[in-house]
Ligand binder design. Structure first.
Ligand code: NDP
Length: 246
């Protein structure tokens, strides 16, 4: 039986690596893109050239109706979702004193409301079928706090409370729910940080002295998605090069 994995924000730096890894393991991979994303068709064509035929659906993960419509369409066109990777996320970094309500709301809706919006339409089906994997992508900055990221740290920390509570509720139903908390990974989100800040402020904090690779995170997701990970639930797994140990 081929399992179906839905990866939100699969066209981003981490998401793409996750899609590629899961496809290489023979999962049917579906990804979402923001309704306004004009590069989605190019990304899909590019992936096809590389030998990956991903299903792609528009979805604003911060909007309940959009998430519902997306899941309904995927389940009608392809089949029930066995694995949900809540990967879509944004930053709106600035100090709290400069942060306005919009910067707060945008980050909360995309990073935290999205968990409710995406899990709600898939969770019952997973429970009924007796098998499911939900993996939420948080951040090291939720575990340790980060200057200029009150909104992001709060939203990403909220993910783990969500994970633990939902994990308890579905533990006897074959559904696992976990969070992973990556440190700095070499994606466009991190490469947008000015290079002097990266060299002088970020890399010195990482005992391994380098950024993580998207493929390293994708490998962890592949494990959490597998049958072998059936006894692992409610966890928050750090993958950060030793930057923060808890
Ligand atoms: P990217 O910016 O490369 O990708 C983010 C993805 O999220 C994009 O594909 C984007 O899609 C999607 N997205 C944003 N807003 C929405 C929305 N409202 N609805 C649907 N999709 C949306 O980021 P990364 O790949 O670097 O990060 C992926 C995840 O990992 C994020 O949750 C991030 O917080 C987390 N993370 C990343 C780290 C890193 O070092 N890179 C470290 C720790 C955590 P589109 O382009 O179509 O808008």
């Amino acid at each position: 039986m081929t399992r179906i994995a839905l990866v939100t924000g699969g066209m981003g730096g981490l998401g793409e690596a996750i899609c590629i890894k899961l496809a290489a393991l023979d999962y049917k991979v579906v990804t979402t893109y923001s309704p306004g994303n004009t590069k989605a068709a190019d990304w899909r064509a590019n992936m096809r050239e590389m030998g990956f035929d991903f299903y792609c659906y528009p979805c604003d993960v911060g909007d309940f109706d959009s998430a519902q419509q997306c899941v309904t369409a995927v389940e009608k066109d392809i089949g029930p979702i066995d694995i949900l990777i809540n990967n879509a996320g944004i930053t709106r970094d600035m100090t709290f004193r400069k942060m306005d309500k919009l910067n707060w709301d945008e980050v909360m809706r995309t990073n935290l409301d999205s968990l409710f919006n995406m899990c709600k339409p898939v969770c019952d089906g997973m429970v009924e079928r007796g098998w499911g994997r939900i993996i939420n992508i948080s951040s090291v900055n939720a575990q340790k706090g980060a200057f200029g990221q009150v909104n992001y740290s709060a939203a990403k920390a909220g993910m783990h409370g969500f994970t633990k509570a939902l994990a308890l509720e579905v533990a006897r139903k074959g559904v696992t729910v976990n969070t992973i908390s990556p440190g700095y990974i070499g994606t466009k989100m991190v490469k947008a940080i000015p290079s002097d800040v990266l060299e002088t402020k970020i890399l010195p904090q990482i005992p391994m002295g380098r950024l993580g690779k998207p493929e390293e995170v994708a490998g962890l997701i592949a494990y959490l998605s597998s049958d072998e990970a059936a006894f692992l639930t409610g966890a928050n797994i750090a993958i950060n090069g030793g930057q923060h140990m808890s």
